[in-house]
Design a protein around this ligand. Structure first.
Ligand code: BES
Ligand code: MN
Ligand code: MN
Length: 455
């Protein structure tokens, strides 16, 4: 392979191109940025063509577009379908960023920008790895790219796109870099993702905001009520109290748990990184278990009443919260959403009205470690890191992975190169230059081994 010398020659340009992509504020959640989301799609399309795709198109959806491109080398070769997303989370609060979120900058060997890791940086590694393979005559597999613009808002249109394009998307494996590994010197591969049930709740008390002295103490305060309802959803062991919540949870055997806990994990470093004096979670489980194999319920945002400068003595009419529940194998997001809604309606005291509005959901997945795709990814990482990667369970969600299996019957391998400490979804999101280039170096080996194992 003369791959390495090609990479060495073009590494500066690869980074500059990523910077151009990072400068586009493709925030899918905020309609004011719809034009930028489209610009990012167009950018990816152009780069796929430049990198060597036979075709690359913008596929319209009722939301943000999907970019689809492909290079069919030989129909007899195995096909790798690369999935990634070019949309990003909102950057707010912008004032907490050391440098502006859409003005990428390298500091201490890390690229700082919204999307640097999640997922522009990781997705773009595949575009550049493909360029490297195409330019050096090292395409051992056919390659298809499906890069979407709605991952961060629930991938609502991707299921339809898959159903309507089954033949075009036919592939032997789906390869995704949108997860993290343990550390730069401890490569790992996620073999599980949690599902998600996301709801917004509204609690209404009196028909208008009231003077908190004139009425306070005599009328239900929706914020007080919401807080106690939320507090009541965990017991003293931090188990979730919603009846039936754990019914379908796949409990791991003692052996499986022991295996999972063998993964290197430094609790002190973890606490230090987050500047917390202790961790907190479900009793009877380790931190790795709490994020990997246990379901959760967390408030993501809560608001109501007066939050402006100074004090305003007001008893608010309404209170709101956004709540996410992370799900594990065998739970079902629709079922959990319903259990939540039932519980929440019943738990409401007289004097308030409550409304539960479900958002997007997604199903959990686990993938095998004895499959060809997993083994190809493990060999590729072993080749470039010099260490066999450790299988881990990721705590985040990529709902489309379960859908790919259902709609296309194709298994996914999650070869992520980020780190949990990359601050994805947070201010000062970053991605190591090491990780970006290591990804570009590793991906061609995946294609190589995958073809070899299929041959
Ligand atoms: N790339 C993340 C998911 C992720 C991150 C998985 C790190 C494992 C490790 C993805 O972009 C994401 O943020 N997904 C959302 C779900 C979506 C429906 C909004 C999430 O997990 O909150
Ligand atoms: Mn992502
Ligand atoms: Mn994300």
């Amino acid at each position: 392979m003369e791959i390495q010398s090609y990479l060495d020659t073009h590494r500066e340009r690869f980074l500059e191109e990523l910077f151009d992509l990072l400068r586009i504020p493709s925030i899918s959640a905020d309609s004011r940025f719809a034009g930028d989301v489209r610009r990012a799609a167009e950018f990816v399309r152009e780069k796929l063509i430049e990198a060597g795709c036979d075709t690359a198109q913008i596929e319209e959806t009722s939301g943000h577009p999907i970019v689809y491109g492909e290079k069919i080398v030989d129909p007899n070769l195995p096909t790798v379908l690369v999935y990634g997303h070019y949309d990003v989370q909102p950057s707010v609060p912008d004032d907490l960023w050391t440098t502006p979120p859409f003005e990428p900058q390298v500091r201490d060997g890390k690229i700082y920008a919204r999307g640097a890791c999640d997922d522009k940086g990781q997705m773009y590694m595949h575009v550049k790895a493909f360029e490297v393979m195409a330019a050096t005559g090292n395409l051992h597999c056919n390659v298809k790219f499906m890069i979407e613009g709605e991952e961060e808002v629930g991938s609502n249109n991707l299921g339809d796109f898959c159903r309507n394009n089954r033949e075009r998307l036919a592939a032997d494996v789906i390869l995704i870099s949108d997860t993290s590994m343990i550390a730069n010197d401890i490569p790992s591969i996620d073999v599980g993702l949690r599902g998600l049930s996301y709801v917004e709740v509204e609690v209404t008390g009196p028909n208008r905001d009231l003077h908190s002295g004139v009425y306070g103490g005599a009328v239900a305060n929706p914020i007080n009520v919401l807080c106690s309802m939320i507090a009541g959803m965990h017991d003293e062991n931090r188990h979730i109290t919603i009846p039936g919540f754990y019914d379908d949870v796949n409990e791991l055997s003692a052996d499986e748990r022991a295996e999972l806990n063998k993964a290197p994990f430094d609790l002190e470093a973890y606490k230090q990184d987050l500047d917390i004096s202790d961790v907190m979670g479900e009793k009877g489980f380790t931190t790795l278990e709490r994020t990997g194999i246990r379901p959760t319920l967390d408030v993501n945002g809560i608001w109501g009443g007066y939050i402006g400068e100074g004090a305003k003595t007001v008893l608010p009419s309404k209170a709101y919260a956004k709540i996410s529940m992370r799900l594990v194998p065998n739970q079902n997001s629709d079922k959990v959403t319903e259990l939540f809604a039932d519980y929440f309606r019943k738990a409401a005291p007289a004097g308030v009205k409550v409304e539960v509005r479900p958002h997007h959901g997604g199903e959990p997945v686990v993938t095998p470690t004895d499959s060809v795709p997993y083994r190809a990814a493990a060999r590729a990482m072993e080749k470039t890191f010099g260490k066999v990667p450790i299988p881990t369970r990721g705590g985040g969600s990529i709902p489309i992975v379960a859908l790919f299996e259902k709609e296309l019957g194709i298994k996914t391998v999650l070869m992520g190169f980020g780190l949990d400490s990359d601050a994805i979804h947070s201010p000062n999101e970053h991605y190591g230059l090491f990780n970006f280039y290591k990804g570009i170096e590793t991906i061609p080996w995946f294609h190589y081994y995958f073809a070899e194992m299929n041959g």
